[in-house]
Design a protein around this ligand. Structure first.
Ligand code: ADP
Ligand code: MG
Length: 223
């Protein structure tokens, strides 16, 4: 999957209250890239991730996945595309509290009316070290375990790219490091493309391509 953003801009509000959250961002992401993005609060990190993943639309600019302009899809096509091709991990985990870890993992597959691949599910649960936790409810799990379930859920539909918006932002240092180790493992063993926002320069340096964003302007800072 080749992702290409061309001159992506997002402007909120009008006139005096206008905020240029994202300013003409150009970015090419190749299959298997591990990208980190760092930047101060309010610099446009979440806005960029939402645009790249089709959660939101830009004010101007273009985004293609393998040459296909995804903002031209109908809402229905875009939802299906997102469910099948894109995994998203949030800072706040966003697990459904009344569902077990296993049920949370199965949600996206069931929403897509697919038959769950049990073998793959076992493999993912093993990779993320949550096999013994699958019948637990989110509140019975630590933050690190909840985030590992959220990563497992993001992987269940076998997406090609995973976006993480400060996935370790709610975790203590040690669980955060564990979660990042596992994401690195997901990148290496499953060959998934990773795009991760972080405040932690240690985490940023795990990536193969590092970017910084300031006032909505994105720059590559190293490989
Ligand atoms: P970050 O994730 O780097 O903290 P965001 O992408 O959330 O930054 O926000 C970038 C800028 O856009 C900020 O100035 C923020 O206040 C503004 N912004 C974000 N979302 C909205 C919105 N829905 N309406 C108005 N302004 C917004
Ligand atoms: Mg943010």
């Amino acid at each position: 999957m080749h992702i290409k953003a061309k001159q992506l801009s997002k402007i909120y509000g009008e006139g005096e209250g206008e905020v240029i959250a994202l300013n003409r961002v150009d970015l090419e992401i190749r299959q298997g890239d591990f990208i980190s993005i760092m930047g101060p609060s309010g610099s446009g990190k979440s806005t960029l991730l939402h645009l790249l993943s089709g959660l939101d639309e830009p004010t101007s600019g273009q985004l293609t996945y393998d040459g296909k302009d995804i903002y031209r899809l109908t809402d229905r096509e875009l939802s299906a595309f997102r469910r099948q091709k894109i995994g998203f991990i949030f800072q706040q985990f966003h697990l459904l509290p009344v569902l077990t870890a296993r049920e949370n993992m199965l949600m996206p597959v069931l929403l897509d009316r697919k038959k769950p691949d049990e073998e793959y599910m076992e493999r993912i649960a093993g990779l993320l070290g949550i096999k013994e936790r699958l019948s637990h409810l989110p509140h019975e799990l630590s933050g690190g375990q909840q985030q590992r379930v959220a990563i497992a859920r993001a992987l269940m539909a076998k997406p090609e790219v995973i976006f993480g918006d400060e996935p370790t932002g709610n975790l203590d240092r040690r669980s955060g490091a564990e979660v990042m180790e596992l994401l690195g493992e997901v990148h290496r063993t499953l060959g998934k493309t990773l795009v991760i926002i972080t405040h932690d320069s240690g985490i940023a340096s795990m990536a193969s391509r590092r970017f910084s964003i300031v006032d909505g302007i994105l720059q590559e800072v190293g490989r």
